[in-house]
Design a protein around this ligand. Sequence first.
Ligand SMILES: *[C@@H]1O[C@H](CO)[C@@H](O)[C@H](O)[C@H]1NC(C)=O
Ligand SMILES: *[C@@H]1O[C@H](CO)[C@@H](O)[C@H](O)[C@H]1NC(C)=O
Ligand SMILES: *[C@@H]1O[C@H](CO)[C@@H](O)[C@H](O)[C@H]1NC(C)=O
Ligand SMILES: *[C@@H]1O[C@H](CO)[C@@H](O)[C@H](O)[C@H]1NC(C)=O
Ligand SMILES: *[C@@H]1O[C@H](CO)[C@@H](O)[C@H](O)[C@H]1NC(C)=O
Ligand SMILES: *[C@@H]1O[C@H](CO)[C@@H](O)[C@H](O)[C@H]1NC(C)=O
Ligand SMILES: *[C@@H]1O[C@H](CO)[C@@H](O)[C@H](O)[C@H]1NC(C)=O
Ligand SMILES: *[C@@H]1O[C@H](CO)[C@@H](O)[C@H](O)[C@H]1NC(C)=O
Ligand SMILES: *[C@@H]1O[C@H](CO)[C@@H](O)[C@H](O)[C@H]1NC(C)=O
Ligand SMILES: *[C@@H]1O[C@H](CO)[C@@H](O)[C@H](O)[C@H]1NC(C)=O
Length: 523
Amino acid sequence: IEYIDTSCTFRYRWNTDKQVLVLKFTDLDGYGIGMLSWFAVHAVSMNSTNRMVSSDNIGHASYLLEQDKNRGQLPGQGSFVAGFSSSNLGDVSPNTRGPVCLNTGQPCDYLNSSCPVGGTQMCKAFGPGEDMFDSTRVIGHNVYRKAKELYAKAVEEVTGPLQAAHQWVNMTDVTVQINDTHTVSTCKPALGHSFAAGTTDGGGELNFTQGAVEGDPFWDGIRDALLGQPSNQTQECHHPKPILISTGEMNWPLPWHPQIVDVQIITIGNVAIVAVPGEMTTMSGRRLREAVKQELESEGAFRDTEVVVAGLSNVYTHYITTYEEYQVQRYEGASTIYGPHTLSAYLHRYRGLARAIAQNRVSELPLGPQPPFFRKNLFNLLPAPTVDRKPENSSFGDVLEQVYPVYRQGDVVSVTFVAGNPRNSGDIRDKTLVTVEIYDNRTDTWKIVHTDASWETRFHWLKGSNQRSNSTIEWHVPLSAPSGSYRIKHYGHYKNRTGWQTFITPYEGTSDVFRVSASFYHQ
Ligand SMILES: *[C@@H]1O[C@H](CO)[C@@H](O)[C@H](O)[C@H]1NC(C)=O
Ligand SMILES: *[C@@H]1O[C@H](CO)[C@@H](O)[C@H](O)[C@H]1NC(C)=O
Ligand SMILES: *[C@@H]1O[C@H](CO)[C@@H](O)[C@H](O)[C@H]1NC(C)=O
Ligand SMILES: *[C@@H]1O[C@H](CO)[C@@H](O)[C@H](O)[C@H]1NC(C)=O
Ligand SMILES: *[C@@H]1O[C@H](CO)[C@@H](O)[C@H](O)[C@H]1NC(C)=O
Ligand SMILES: *[C@@H]1O[C@H](CO)[C@@H](O)[C@H](O)[C@H]1NC(C)=O
Ligand SMILES: *[C@@H]1O[C@H](CO)[C@@H](O)[C@H](O)[C@H]1NC(C)=O
Ligand SMILES: *[C@@H]1O[C@H](CO)[C@@H](O)[C@H](O)[C@H]1NC(C)=O
Ligand SMILES: *[C@@H]1O[C@H](CO)[C@@H](O)[C@H](O)[C@H]1NC(C)=O
Ligand SMILES: *[C@@H]1O[C@H](CO)[C@@H](O)[C@H](O)[C@H]1NC(C)=O
C-alpha cells in the first residue's frame, strides 16, 4: 500500500522507501555474472505456522532471478549469483492488505494495534496473496521483476576505487554532542514492554500491547522474581521505555545482548554500502543515508553518491528507531535496545567512517574494542534424535501412499514414504531430500527437474508414535511442465541400534512412474 504523506512539507513522497538499487556485475567481456540488490521490506510473508525450511519473499526473488539466469540448472547450481539484501526495513511490512481485526474485519486501533474484542492477538495483517505461500510468491515476484528490469537496462557504469572502513563500538556508552549545550548517551541494552506485544505481522502470545509507556505490575512482578529488577540507572536511561527485560544486566550463561557491535561502510566508486547491525526504520535509514552522503561529499572526492543501507549486517541488535519514534514505544521503539539516542550514536559513528573514507584516512581509524568470542561457551539443548523404527515387513523408503497414474499441469502430486528423522541425514547442504525426475525416452535416462530447494516441491516430515515417521513429498506441477513420464524420489538416513552401537544408514525411495499430460482432466 502506498500512503501519501499529507504533512505540509512533502519532504518525502512516501512513508516507506520505494527505491530498488541494483548493482550489476559483469566479466571483462561485459557478460553478466551476478548482481546485488537492495529493497526495504520485511522478509516475513511466511508466518510462524510455516514449518518448512524455505526462502521467504526476498529469498524467492533471488531464486526466481537465479533460475532465470541459470537456465536449465537446478537451484543453487548455476554460476550466476543474484543477491537480494535487506535495507531500512524496520517498519516496513509486506502484508499489504494491512492490519484488521479477524473477528470484525474492521481496522485495528491505530496506536496500539489491538481490537476491541480479542486485543492484540485478534489484530493481524495479511496479503497480498490468498495464503502465506501465495503472498511470499507475489511479493517475491514483484521484487524479482523490478530487479530484473533494472539489471537489464543498467547503464550507469560504476568506476573508481574500492574502499572499506570498519570499527567496533561499545554501544552501551556512546556519548554524542547533539548541540552546543547538550550531550546524550546510549544505554545498556534493554527490551521494553511493547517488544512482547509483537507486531501486526505476528502478535505476542501474552496480553502486551504496542505503545506501552507504562509498565504492568503483574508482568514486572514476574520479571523481578525470575530475572531481577532493572537498575534505576538503566530505567532512567531508557525513559520513556518501560523495561521488560534488562538484557544488558543479564549475563548468565552468556550476555543476553551484544555490547560491542560493528559499524562498516564499503564504497565501490560512488556507491556507498552502509552495513548496519540491526533493523533501521524508514526514517532512521533516510537520516543515515543523508548523513553519510554529506560526509562523503564534503571533501569533493565523491559526487552524486548513491548511499544504500545494508540492514541486519554483521551482528544483530534488533531495531533502530528515530528519537521521535522511540517516544511512541511501538514494537520497534521497545526493541531499540540501546535507548532513545541509539540513532544519534550511529549517525555519529557512521559520519566518522564516511569522513575517514572521504579524507583517505581509513588506516588511521581506531579499530575499537574487540568483541568477545563465545564459540567455546556454546551449548545445545536439543537432544540427539532417537533411533528410527518402521512398520513390520517394510523398509525405509517404501511407499505408504502411492501417486496417481496421471496428472495435469497445475495439479499437486503427493507421495508418502516410510522415513527416518531428517536430522539423521546430518549436513545436507548441497544435497537434497527430494528429486522430481522426468524420463528421457531417447537416452533411456531420468533427468532431475526439481530438488527440495525448488519452489515447486514441499517436504513434510511427520513423526508418529513408536519412533516411526513418514515423509510426504508434494510436487506442485507448474503450468510450464512438459508432458511426459515422471517419478519422485526421496533420500534419507535412518538410525538403528545393535547392542550399544548406533548406526546411521542411507536409504532411498522411489514413487511409481506417473504421467503429466496437458490434455488429461480428472473426473
Ligand atoms: C487501545 O487503544 C484504545 C483507544 O484508542 C483503547 O480503547 C483500548 O483499550 C486500547 N487497547 C489496549 C489493549 O490497551
Ligand atoms: C498464517 O497464514 C495462514 C495462511 O497461509 C493462516 O491461515 C494462519 O492463520 C496464519 N497464522 C498466523 C499465526 O498468522
Ligand atoms: C562497554 O562499556 C561499558 C561501560 O563503559 C563497560 O562496563 C563494558 O565492560 C564494556 N563492554 C565490553 C565488552 O568491553
Ligand atoms: C539542545 O538539545 C536539547 C535537547 O534536545 C534541547 O532541549 C535544547 O533546546 C537544544 N539547544 C539548542 C541551543 O538548540
Ligand atoms: C495482563 O494479565 C494479567 C494477569 O491476568 C493482569 O494482571 C494484567 O493487568 C493484564 N495487563 C493488561 C495490560 O491487560
Ligand atoms: C531506585 O529508585 C527507587 C525509587 O526512586 C528507590 O526507592 C530505590 O532505592 C532506588 N534503588 C537504588 C538501588 O538506588
Ligand atoms: C510379515 O511377513 C511374514 C512373511 O511373509 C508374514 O508371515 C507376516 O504375517 C507379515 N507380518 C505382517 C505384520 O504383515
Ligand atoms: C518418445 O516419446 C515421444 C512422446 O511421447 C514419442 O513420440 C516417441 O515416439 C518416443 N520415442 C521413443 C524412442 O520411444
Ligand atoms: C504418516 O504419519 C502420520 C503421523 O504418524 C500419520 O498420521 C499418517 O497417517 C501417516 N501417513 C501414512 C500414509 O501412513
Ligand atoms: C543396523 O544397521 C546396520 C548398518 O546398516 C546393520 O548392519 C544392522 O544389522 C542393523 N541392526 C539392526 C538391529 O537392524
